[in-house]
Every structure is written in structure tokens, then in C-alpha cells.
Design a protein around this ligand. Structure first.
Ligand code: ZN
Length: 303
């Protein structure tokens, strides 16, 4: 019996140690789940080594239509903090967030944006706040406050990391303003698959028109295509753009329609509107995504 007891004790000890280590690890790093990659990027940069932020929605995924899978629900249930965009971006997930909010910290990063800065489509707010960098800085502020509340021990670290990230965001904001100046004023018309760039247009002085409204869940009709065709012909618009998270076929048919009438317009490239680019590419992070969009737009419209 003595011989058998010894290993049992050791096993118990090892098991205890393993459990201790596991709980220590999970406590040391906050497990953050976000909806979009842009929000995970925000949380990871502000949280630094104290958090592990991952998003449910990968590249090419349309958040307006996204429905949570069983796997998503498990990840959300296990999370220490959940960040989502709000302003109806995740139209099909609202109920889940309301339920989870009774038990854990669930924060909409768009919830405390200045009301007078929000754009509206009818009675709905435009949710695409990440394309005005001054608004996205406010979203970052919300992330910072949440992390400091949940993990006050690392308050100073979160503050420093947020200061650094938000400073880089302000620099990118100035860079975008510079870049857009390269496009002649009468060519600053951005036509895309859906109205994701309203804040971008307002912040950087470009007229923006989408084939669909602010949600891809909305229908569009022949009237909308006709209206856009007229805008292209009348203003001699040189390029229109497809989006990585929306089917290109509507924009392709718009181009075909304009071309059939004897005018020249091309697809100026693919923009990352509601999701970042594939892992391991320069667009797999928020700054890279924004830079890619600006360069694509400027290159296609400036000539
Ligand atoms: Zn959208």
C-alpha cells in the first residue's frame, strides 16, 4: 500500500499544480472576445501582454448578416470581456449580447461616441465608425476604461499603451488628409458596394455613395443603379470599388451598365470595409487596412 500511496500523492500534487498554473495563466491574461477584427486590434493594442483578444468574424465576413455559431457561443460564454461595435452593426447578435450582459462585462465600443458626431440613415445610426479615426479614438477610450475597471492592477500599463496607440492613430489621420489632397476636388467621389464609408467621406472630404445602404441587409433597386450610373457619367468618375465582405457582382454589373452606354469606368480595386484582410498580409491589422483603402482610392481616382 505504501508503494501505491506515494505516486498517488505525487499525482495529486502534480494535478493541483497543473490546475493552479492553468488558473494563474487565465487570470494573468484577460480573455477578450470581440465581434470584428478591428475591435480585436484595438483591444490587443491597448491591452498589450495583459490580454488575449480574438475576434469571432474573420476576413471577408459581413457583420451585418453574421449569425453566431455554437462555437462562438462557447467562446463568448468563456470570455472575461466581450467587446462589440454596437450601433446595430451586428444586427443578428443583439439578443445574445443582452443575455450575456447579465452575467459578464459586455461593452459596445460605439456606445459612447458623441451623439452629434453620429451620422444617420433614416432612424438608424451609421455603425461604420472605424473609418473616421477621431471617432475610433473614442472607441479606444471606451476599451481603455473597461480594461482599467476590470483589471485595476495594470491601470498604468493600459494608459500608456492606449496613449501610444491613439497617438499613432492621430498620425494616420493626418496622413490620410495629406493623401486625399492628391485627388482633384471634382474627382473625390467614392462609389462602393454598400455605404460603409460615410464617416470616411465626411472626415476626409470625399462624396460617398453606396449601392446598398448602411446595412447589406437592405435591398436596393434598379432606381439606385440608375442614379449611380448618372453620377458616374455626369462627373466623369474614373473608378468604382468592390468590398472584400460584399459580393462584387453588383458593382460589376454597374460597371457593365456604364460601359454599355459608351462611358469608361473601371473597378479601382478592393476595399476592406467591414472586415480586415487575410492573416499574414499587410492588411491583417487596422492600420494596414486603412492605409490599403486610402492608397487604393487615391491611386484610382487621382489620374
Ligand atoms: Zn457595413
Amino acid at each position: 500500500m505504501k508503494i501505491n500511496n506515494k505516486p498517488t500523492l505525487i499525482n495529486t500534487f502534480i494535478l493541483g499544480l497543473t490546475l493552479f498554473t492553468a488558473s494563474f495563466t487565465s487570470q494573468a491574461q484577460l480573455n477578450i472576445i470581440t465581434t470584428t477584427g478591428m475591435i480585436a486590434d484595438l483591444a490587443q493594442n491597448i491591452g498589450g501582454k495583459h490580454v488575449k483578444a480574438t475576434s469571432l468574424m474573420g476576413t471577408g465576413v459581413d457583420p451585418h448578416l453574421y449569425k453566431a455559431t455554437q462555437g462562438d457561443l462557447r467562446r463568448l460564454t468563456r470570455a472575461d470581456i466581450i467587446f462589440y461595435n454596437g450601433l446595430h452593426l451586428e444586427g443578428k447578435m443583439q439578443e445574445i449580447f443582452e443575455k450575456l450582459a447579465r452575467k459578464k462585462t459586455v461593452v459596445a465600443v460605439g456606445a459612447n461616441i458623441d451623439q452629434n458626431k453620429l451620422m444617420h440613415h433614416g432612424s438608424y445610426p451609421d455603425p461604420h465608425i472605424w473609418f473616421d479615426l477621431s471617432l475610433w479614438q473614442q472607441a479606444g477610450q471606451r476599451v481603455l476604461e473597461t480594461l482599467q475597471e476590470q483589471d485595476p492592477k495594470h491601470k498604468a500599463d493600459y494608459q500608456n499603451q492606449a496613449d501610444e496607440y491613439l497617438k499613432q492613430m492621430a498620425e494616420l489621420d493626418s496622413w490620410i488628409k495629406q493623401q486625399i489632397l492628391e485627388v482633384p476636388e471634382n474627382q473625390r467621389i467614392l462609389i462602393t458596394a454598400h455605404d460603409a464609408f460615410g464617416y470616411f467621406g465626411k472626415a476626409y472630404d470625399i462624396k460617398v455613395m453606396g449601392l446598398q445602404g448602411i446595412s447589406t441587409a437592405a435591398e436596393f433597386g434598379l432606381q439606385d443603379i440608375k442614379k449611380l450610373k448618372n453620377v458616374i457619367v455626369k462627373n466623369n468618375v474614373k473608378a468604382v470599388f468592390v468590398e472584400s465582405s460584399v459580393s462584387p457582382r453588383f458593382i460589376e454589373s454597374l460597371v457593365a451598365g456604364v460601359t454599355a452606354e459608351g462611358h469608361k469606368v473601371v473597378i479601382g480595386g478592393e476595399l476592406y470595409s467591414d472586415a480586415m484582410g487575410p492573416q499574414g498580409t499587410p492588411t491583417d491589422n487596422y492600420f494596414g487596412m486603412v492605409k490599403h483603402n486610402v492608397q487604393t482610392i487615391v491611386n484610382a481616382l487621382r489620374q
